[in-house]
Ligand binder design. Structure first.
Ligand SMILES: Cc1ncc(COP(=O)(O)OP(=O)(O)O)c(N)n1
Ligand SMILES: Cc1nc(C(=O)O)sc1CCOP(=O)(O)O
Length: 449
């Protein structure tokens, strides 16, 4: 059954925080996302320029329109703007009775206030008592409790205080603003303290973290998860959203809630496409056997470069493609992390030219190079004897150097072929490059024919 979650929050025109972050999160977590807009902000990654809030009656009308039609399985609040809106939201949620996650948004990452001073008191006295979960960060928890929070122990005390003083069932004091190698969220629930941690990320993509995290918890509650299960999943979710943030803008980049579903989908797609290309290899096994070098061949395919970090993100053939009794034969099924050399070349290529996501190394033969030239392929020729000693010594450095040399010749656009003339004890190679593994195999077949 479809579950419905509602966000009662503000609009960030930059799309990083507020209802954008929340609805993306709901979609990624597999629940239907509804919205009750509170305020419109003219905002980007580095500043809030203008704020205009709707009337409390309009906020209530949006919540009721959703409730009367689909029902609401859980909700969350973000930027509420004024004390009057908070009053109205508290009264409406109290009447309807759905579980509510309150992200007590007070100040934007850029430093602009998102709630009037007098409204903080209304938030404490009216909204926190009707909330099932509250997710203050360190400065918010300090403002709600009057305590100074400098350690996990302080965070535990603050969480318990908020529960005791305002009656919120589950209180999470987030660890993002506390020191330490791990970001530890302290959760007070039913008389006990629980901790959820992920490695601290040194990331610029933090705009919208509080929004997406609270929305992920609300999505979990909408699906009927126990609050601790919902928090556990949300913690992993927000780690991924920060790690793969949207690298655009001059300020705090936006978190990326859709990474949660895009990365697994990308990995699945890469395997499917590589499998299809390997079928093409098997169908042309005799012809392709002639292209296999002494070191054997590999064919790799990297996931969307926005998500690629290392060779673990490149699918390739474990045990390589070998010449077995005159036939090219893939030794195993497409597997991530199965290539070192070809994968490094692909990573270096795709980081400069994101269309170049696949490559295969084949035997060097001047005749093949001539045929590629005649076919109009773009070719870069690299002399590895010119590789600087310090690059040779660096683990994996050669592959990157070869690619950089090639791209220097082609003005940064990936060539079809990188001809590596080899070095003392290093077999010369041709690396055939393409957008997809099928395109690469097709290019190799053309050169061979
Ligand atoms: C419209 C709107 N809502 C919420 C925020 C807060 O987002 P951010 O500044 O990134 O801080 P957290 O998400 O970490 O609380 C906003 N800026 N705009
Ligand atoms: C050993 C070797 N060197 C290559 C080069 O391009 O220099 S390609 C290659 C074979 C493929 O290796 P992998 O399975 O690590 O991608």
């Amino acid at each position: 059954m479809w579950r419905v979650a509602i966000t009662i929050a503000g609009l960030d025109s930059g799309g990083g925080a507020g209802i954008h972050a929340d609805v993306k999160t709901f979609a990624a977590m597999g629940v239907h996302g509804a919205t009750a807009l509170t305020c419109v902000t003219a905002q980007n990654t580095y500043e809030v320029r203008e704020v205009q809030c709707l009337s409390p009656a309009m906020v209530r009308a949006q919540i009721l329109a959703v409730w009367d039609d689909m029902g609401i399985d859980a909700g969350k609040t973000g930027m509420l703007g004024t004390g009057e809106i908070i009053e109205e939201v508290a009264a409406t949620v109290e009447k309807l009775g759905f579980p509510l996650v309150v992200d007590p948004v007070m100040v934007a990452k850029s430093g602009a206030p998102l709630i009037s001073d007098d409204a903080v008191d209304v938030l404490k006295k009216r909204l926190l008592p009707v909330a099932k979960v509250a997710t203050p960060n360190r400065p918010e928890a300090e403002r709600l409790t009057g305590m100074s929070i400098a350690s996990e122990r302080d965070a535990e005390r603050a969480a318990e205080y908020i529960h005791r003083e305002y009656g919120t069932e589950v209180v999470i004091v987030k660890g993002g603003h506390l020191p330490g190698g791990e970001a530890v969220d302290v959760v007070y629930y039913r008389g006990a303290v629980h901790k959820f941690s992920t490695p601290r990320l040194d990331s610029r993509a933090t705009h919208g973290t509080g929004c997406a995290y609270s929305a992920a918890i609300a999505a979990g509650l909408a699906k009927g998860l126990d609050p601790l299960e919902a928090v556990k999943t949300a913690k992993q979710f927000i780690y991924t959203a920060i790690k793969y943030g949207v690298a655009r803008g001059k300020g705090h980049w936006a978190v990326n809630p859709t990474a949660w579903v895009e990365i697994p989908a990308e990995r699945w797609r890469a395997v499917e496409e590589l499998e299809a290309a390997l079928k093409l290899v098997r169908r042309n096994a005799e012809r392709l056997a002639k292209a296999i070098p002494e070191v054997q061949s590999n064919l790799g395919y990297v996931i969307d470069p926005r998500y690629a970090r290392d060779t673990g993100d490149v699918a390739a053939v474990p045990g390589r493609i070998v010449n077995y009794m005159g036939e090219a034969r893939p030794s195993g099924p497409p597997t991530f992390g199965a290539s070192s050399h070809v994968a490094r070349k692909i990573l270096a290529l795709a980081s400069r030219d994101p269309r170049a996501r696949s490559a295969m190394n084949i035997r060097y033969d001047p005749e093949l190079v001539e045929r590629a030239k005649a076919l109009g392929f773009k070719i870069a020729v690299v002399d590895r004897r010119r590789e600087p000693e310090e690059v040779k010594k660096r683990e994996g450095g050669t592959m990157q150097w070869v690619v950089e040399e090639a791209l220097r010749q082609t003005g940064g656009v990936a060539p079809d072929l990188i001809v590596d003339l080899g070095d003392w004890g290093k077999e010369p190679q041709i690396t055939v490059v393409g957008k997809t593994p099928a395109e690469v195999v097709e290019k190799v077949l053309k050169i061979l024919s």
